[in-house]
Design a protein around this ligand. Structure first.
Ligand code: ARG
Length: 467
């Protein structure tokens, strides 16, 4: 856009009355936001139509003016959707571009639209309307990702894998149980999003520039028409705070942090050193030099994009820091980080929903890995405790047995009963049941545990929550 407007003479700015010379070209480009706030256009029009209808209902403009505004806005909407709208840098931002065109189409009626309104309450309204739509779309995407996780968790409720702490084999878990951990993370993300939406969904219009307006307006009517839960209670606050955008960016950063954890695991699991999963080719790319490569680009990129989501949050926090009341032009800088966070989360969730559905599990490789590293050592200690040994002594006995097994290069269960009894005479023939992966899994049979029956129950409950 800046290319074709750079050398053309610029029309006068809407506010140029008190200025002795036109704004410098460089300043115009520095201060204009139309390059990125265009994407608020449809929400700007919705907000303007609600405002105009209220002005007419309050007899602040005539019915004929309202009709002309509505007709003009219909034309403008069609021009924008058809890619025919001429955006001009001289008109600074989305609001003045649309107003200029409306005035060209509707004459004085267009000039009356801005009665009892300022761009300060207008832009705050537009951003909230836009964000509310985005929140609803992203919530639906999170739900879809959760549904993908549930399908895989159900399929693999009994598929054993090593559970890790410190990335060392710790105890057996099921792959389904592992995936359900992500289901819970995304469930909390959705709660945070819903909570954020409540504060987004308040109407700033009526605050005007900062102090309210001298016209007898009806803010509740505008709020109702635009689907807001109510009006912002203080006009100075309404035009100046962007905490709702900060909250959304905090939500977005946290979702991406969760996605990055899953991404990291997918990358590890796909490495031949693990070999736990395969990702379908459509989510991977090759190398231009190494013919054998199949790289997990999507999870890697998602992991990388987490940095940008965290950065956007920081940008908005710093944007708000120490801003004196009320509106300052600083706030124009809210849009790019906010848009970028919303786009990043939305694109990532869409692709992860498909990718998670496409995960192919190598159950034999998972099982083999769970059999290495004495994953059932805790079960042996618990067994001895149930036979009367204090836990600390049981821990010590099993630790020495593990050392012996390691020295012999075998697993705990391969030591044999006679050998095990050297570490604790409490070990009986029934000890091998607790040393199996299945025995270990089945014993963790309580709410939140990894017993396959509990995982299936958790999936069932989770499905009900998604409905
Ligand atoms: N483009 C501006 C923004 O995004 C609109 C509000 C401008 N208001 C003003 N008084 N300059 O914040």
């Amino acid at each position: 856009m800046s290319k074709n407007t750079r050398n053309k003479p610029q029309p006068r700015a809407a506010w140029s009355g008190r200025f002795a010379e036109p704004v410098a070209e460089r300043v115009l480009r520095y201060t204009a936001s139309v390059g990125f706030d265009q994407r608020l256009a449809e929400h700007d029009i919705r907000g303007s139509l609600a405002h105009a209808r209220m002005l007419a209902a309050c007899k602040l403009i005539s019915k004929a003016d309202l009709a002309a505004i509505e007709a003009g806005m219909r034309t403008i909407l069609a021009e924008i959707r058809g890619g025919k709208f001429k955006w001009s840098l001289a008109s600074e931002d989305v609001h003045l571009n649309i107003e200029r065109r409306l005035t060209a189409l509707a004459g004085d009626a267009g000039k009356r639209l801005h009665t009892a309104r300022s761009r300060n309450d207008q832009v705050a309204t537009d951003v909230r309307l836009w964000l509310r739509d985005m929140i609803d779309a992203i919530d639906a995407q999170l739900r879809s990702l959760q549904a993908s996780l549930l399908d895989q968790a159900e399929r693999h409720a009994g598929t054993v894998m090593p559970g890790f702490t410190h990335l060392q084999v710790a105890q057996p878990v099921t792959f389904g149980h592992h995936l359900m951990a992500y289901f819970e993370m995304f469930a909390r993300d959705r709660e945070r999003l819903a909570d954020c939406r409540r504060r987004v969904n308040r109407l700033p219009l009526g605050a005007a520039a900062l102090a309210g307006t001298s016209y007898a307006i009806d803010r509740d009517m505008v709020a109702r028409e635009l689907g807001f839960d109510g009006v912002c209670a203080n006009s100075l606050d309404a035009v100046s705070d962007r905490d709702f955008a900060v909250e959304f960016c905090a939500f977005a950063a946290l979702v991406m942090i969760h996605v990055s954890r899953l991404s990291e695991e997918l990358v590890l699991w796909m490495s031949p050193r693990y070999g736990f999963i395969r990702l379908p080719d459509r989510f991977c790319t090759g190398s231009s030099i190494m013919p054998q490569k199949k790289n997990p680009d999507v999870p890697e990129l998602a992991r990388g994009k987490t940095g940008r989501a965290a950065g956007n949050l920081m940008a908005l926090l710093m944007l708000m820091k120490a801003q004196p009341l009320a509106y300052n032009k600083d706030n124009q800088e809210d849009k790019e980080p906010l848009f970028d966070s919303a786009d990043t989360v939305s694109d990532t969730l869409a692709i992860f929903t498909d990718m998670v559905a496409g995960i192919e599990v190598d159950a034999a490789a998972m099982r083999a890995a769970a059999l290495e590293g004495h994953a059932t050592a805790t079960d042996l200690a618990d067994y001895l405790v149930k036979k009367g040994l204090p836990f600390r002594d049981a821990h010590e006995a099993v630790a020495r047995a593990v050392r012996a097994a390691d020295a012999r290069g075998c697993d705990l269960a391969a030591l044999g009963l006679a050998e095990l009894r050297k570490f604790s005479p409490l070990a009986g023939a029934d000890v091998f049941k607790v040393l199996t992966l299945e025995g270990s899994l089945a014993s963790r049979n309580h709410a939140g545990g990894t017993a396959p029956a509990r995982v299936r129950a958790a999936v069932k409950r989770a499905r009900a929550r998604l409905r």
